[in-house]
Design a protein around this ligand. Structure first.
Ligand code: SF4
Ligand code: SF4
Ligand code: SF4
Length: 121
């Protein structure tokens, strides 16, 4: 979650399971792949915790657990996202990607990009 206190907004920044995932491309040991649900997932058995994927994600959607010392990344909960189930206002929905909703995401992304540019001025 990013907080922009000056603008009084908070925006959840979730993994986009990118079509061309920077996190996957930079991994030197092939520990990141796409699963059958379309999720970009990490394999802790292969991961050497070099953190290149953490730096590569343009949205800051990978972090390292202070407890397990392993990377943390959305894996769509195996195709049954817990975040969508527990969201009290129904703000999170899990829907199959269509051309229409990908276009909507891009439009919303552009709006936020422009809004953040205004906040940072
Ligand atoms: S972690 Fe970042 S780069 Fe990787 S799929 Fe998610 S949004 Fe894309
Ligand atoms: S931290 Fe792990 S998953 Fe990420 S780039 Fe390094 S080896 Fe790959
Ligand atoms: S609850 Fe599951 S689907 Fe939702 S953000 Fe976390 S890992 Fe991803």
């Amino acid at each position: 979650m990013l907080f922009y206190e000056e603008a009084a907004i908070s925006v959840p920044i979730m993994c986009m399971q990118c079509e061309d995932p920077a996190c996957m491309h930079v991994c030197p040991v092939g520990a990141i792949s796409r699963d059958k649900n379309g999720a970009v997932v990490s394999n802790p058995k292969k991961c050497i915790v070099c953190k290149l994927c953490v730096s590569a994600c343009p949205l800051g959607n990978i972090s390292v657990s202070k407890v397990s010392k392993k990377i943390i990344k959305c894996d769509l909960c195996g195709g049954d996202p817990c975040c969508a189930k527990v969201c009290p206002s129904g703000a999170i929905k899990y829907e199959d990607a269509t051309t229409a909703n990908i276009s909507k995401k891009k439009i919303i992304g552009e709006k936020f990009k422009n809004l953040f540019a205004e906040v940072e001025k």
